[in-house]
Structures are given as structure tokens and as C-alpha cells.
Ligand binder design. Sequence first.
Ligand code: 2AM
Length: 401
Amino acid sequence: MWRRIGRSIGNLFKMGAKPSKSKSPVSCSFPFLEDKSTIEVMKETYAFVILRGLPGSGKSTVARQIAEKYPSISVVASADHWEITPLPKESETDSSRYDKLDQQIKECLGDKTIVVVDDTHHNRERLDYLFDLAKEKDYIVFIFDVRPANSDLASLVKCSHWNYTVQQLKLMEPELQKKVLPYYFGWFLWRQDGEKMRKYAMDFLDELSKNEKFGEEFFKYVKSDSKENFKLEEYFQKKPSVLHCTTKFCNYGAVPNSESYAGSKTVDDSLSKCFVLKVSALFITPRTLGARVELDEDQQLLWPKDEEAVGSGDQVKLPHSSRSHITLACAPGVPAVQTGLDLLNILKAENAEAQPNLQVMLEQGQCCCLGEGRWIMNLPNSIKVKTLFSGFYAKKKSTAE
Ligand code: 2AM
């Protein structure tokens, strides 16, 4: 019996060059293998799946199952296939060992929708290199730790065909027991729905830019030499390459409670799973353009508990997860984190004021001004967007944007 953190996988044999020595019955549960709506979305998502675990832990079984579930659109790039023996200690200086595997991965990125990399992945530098490859082509990274239910290393040694000793596996084990913490966790929009949101945002800007009342108020708060030459679309140029709704910002573990969040069962069960988010409003400030997201009960479980204090210390208290949003664009020099802060600020002003300062009617709905260039348009019909839950992984300390 084999498991991926509480879940069992089986039928143990290796893809690629050599089959593993033993097999056990299949019984596994991953959203991208079993959940119908997840599978539909995965079929049209650039997904970079990193399988991670000790030799003999069952990674290749999962890889094979993905290949079977997504025939023709997926590829498995396996270290075994290129006969790359994992080195037990963190001393993999000779990266040329990976040349053939990397060549295969690079050829498949952009060509195949789902790229699965099957290797031990116990070396952080190696992971960083893969994150860069995925980011270059806007692939969403999914990391799955495949762990044997039976942690007896002697049985793993028997299952692996690389003739390891128990001692060698012991050297790899500590690194593999640690979670790879992302820059942030969040819901990543399905490409089609991402495009839909971008179009919606552009139409919103287009309508606003034609509205005199809006222009008069908004322009007072932006830094621009000339009102005539000011163009909203040009001002909000900085856009995320993949739209997302952040749940927990981890900064690779530097943020408190990142590890407990990443290690929670809710997060683990949700990795790669499809969630449909409800976008209930669009908002604009002199700094950011964003979409408000209202979470349902299940989605709220993924919202970090330490964000509960939102609004505490202020007179206006806002409900848990009020900050949930999608950053659509930022003004020059403004970091994306500002969008959530702007949303909270708008919601507090909305709650505090009986009447908005100004209102303008747009095709998509009524847009209300809350002063200081802050405007919100609550949508008469919310927009539903399909997303996949995962982390954003990049080299530690990189700016990531
Ligand atoms: P946001 O767009 O959802 O606000 C990368 O910087 C992403 O991490 C940003 O898109 C931003 O998400 C989020 N982020 C950055 N710094 C953050 C912080 N201090 N707190 C919460 N989210 C942050």
C-alpha cells in the first residue's frame, strides 16, 4: 500500500527504461485523476506537474496514470528514462547529467498541455531550475509529494531498481519530508476565464474613460502631466501573466504560519482541484484595478485563519476573507499586494458611508465613487470563473513579478 500524504497509490512500476521490482494494487485519489470538473479544466491548462519522492515511492505509477488520463496532451519526462540516478546528498553540481531530460522538457513546454516531471526532486536548486522553465512559458506548477504509506526504507529499497542502500535513502529523506513552500498559494484562473476577465476589465476601463464624471474625479488623484493625454488603458499597463486569487502569501516560508497552512489537510486535498469563484464586483483606484471575489463555505476553508483579524482596530469590521480578489492591473511602480489593501479600504468606506459621493451608470452596472479616486461597480450578475488551486513557485528571493 502506497500513499500521497494520507492517500494510497499503488501498482508500483517505473515508467521509462526499467520497470520496478514489485507491484501492488492501485488505489489512488488525486483531483486531476478523479474529479470530473478538475479533469475538464486540466485538459485546457498549461500544467507543469512535479512528482517528488524517494526512489520506489510510486511516482512513476502516478505519472503513468496521468499519461493514461490525458493521452496525447501530456508527456512524462522521467529521470529514470534517461537513466539519471538520483544522488543521495545535496551535491548535484554536475547538472549536465540532466541535459537530455531538460532537452525533453524544453521541447514539450508549449507543445504539450501537461508536462509531468518524474524524479526524486529532493534538490532545491534543481527545483528552482524547473520553476524557471515553467514560468518562462506561463505553466502553472503543481507539486505532489508521493510518500509510501509504509515508511520502511528497506521495502523501498526493494521496490527501487537503482540498488540503493537504506543508508542512501536516509540521506534523501529529510529534504523530501519538508514541504516546498511557494511564494504564495492561490486559485489560478483557467485560461479561457482569465481571458474573459481581462476582456471584462478592458471594457470597464473603456467605458470609464469615456465617462466625464469619472474622469473629472479620478484624474485629480493620478500623477499625470496632461488630462488630455491621460489614457486609463496605458496607465494600468502592469498585468499579471496568469490571473489568480491569492489565498496565503508565504514568501517561501518567511511569512508566519506558512508551514502549517501548506501542511494542512485542506490545502493538501485541494492541490490541483478545480474551484469556481464568484466575481461580484470590479473596482478601480489610482493604484490598482481589481475584481472582488466572494468565497463560498468550501472556499473559505482555504482562506488563511490568521487573516481573520481583517478590520480589527478599525471602527468598521469586515467579514473573514473580505480581501479575496483578483489583481487585474496596477499603475506603474505599484506592487500587486496593493490591490487587496485597496479593496479592504473600499469595503470599509462602503460600509461607513450611507450614500456614495458620485455614481455613474455603465453598461455593465452602476459604478459608485467612494472618494479619492476609489470606485466600485457591484455586478448585477456575478461572473463565475473556473480556477485550479496551487502555489506560485519561483526561485527564492526572486521578485516573482
Ligand atoms: P494579489 O495580486 O492577490 O494581491 C505576488 O506578489 C502575489 O502575491 C501578488 O499577486 C499578490 O497577490 C501577493 N502578495 C504579495 N505580497 C503580499 C502580501 N504581503 N500579502 C498578501 N499577498 C501578497
